[in-house]
Ligand binder design. Structure first.
Ligand SMILES: Cc1cc2nc3c(=O)[nH]c(=O)nc-3n(C[C@H](O)[C@H](O)[C@H](O)COP(=O)(O)O)c2cc1C
Length: 165
């Protein structure tokens, strides 16, 4: 555990380190792992170019908030000032549709493309991406949308949790 913590984490990292990055590169800086709207606002203030709403594929804290559950509040806080990318759990076209409807500018695939790579190399990755795109295209059409811009939160219905008793 100590070896893992020493290799993967740097608890000393602060928001000021983002200022350092911003000052030392003209490349776009995207902040990944944002799940709280306050962090999103702070990132915008610091001149970050984009966010990735992500719980890193659910691989960090057991029981943490799902990325999709965090997305609407983060997107709301950003108010379209910078792109909001989304990942963790995107497996098919309907997942893409839901993420876009809840405020994502774009989505990223994590493990699915690696599975494709393991099975069939580059062709496997192309298959995975092609299938996700085709399924998204189909979902778009079946939901009555002709272009991505028409996918909004009104495209989804929030079901009430069943009440006890
Ligand atoms: C084996 C593995 C290692 C990962 N390592 C990192 C990492 O070092 N840093 C990071 O930000 N995300 C890491 N991730 C998370 C991915 O960047 C990405 O957020 C995640 O895989 C997306 O979720 P999905 O796999 O459900 O699509 C890792 C994911 C996997 C599966």
């Amino acid at each position: 555990m100590q070896r893992f913590a020493a290799t993967y984490s740097r608890p000393s990292l602060q928001w000021d380190d983002l200022k350092f990055l911003r000052q030392h590169t003209k490349l776009p800086v995207l902040l990944k792992g944002v799940l709280h709207p306050d962090d999103a606002k702070k990132a915008v203030e610091l001149g970050i170019d984009g966010l990735v709403v992500s719980n890193h594929g659910g691989r960090q804290i057991d029981g943490e908030i799902g990325s999709l559950d965090a997305l609407p509040a983060v997107a709301g806080a950003v108010k379209s000032k910078i792109p909001v990318l989304f990942d963790s759990g995107v497996r098919g076209g309907t997942d893409v549709f839901k993420a876009l409807a809840l405020g994502a500018t774009a989505v990223c695939l994590g493990r699915p493309y690696v599975y494709g790579l393991a099975i069939a190399g580059q062709r496997g990755i192309e298959e995975v991406i092609g299938n996700v795109l085709a399924e998204f295209d189909l979902t778009l059409g079946l939901a009555g949308c002709t272009i991505v811009r028409e996918v909004t939160k009104d495209s989804l219905v929030k079901l009430q949790a069943p009440t006890k008793g």
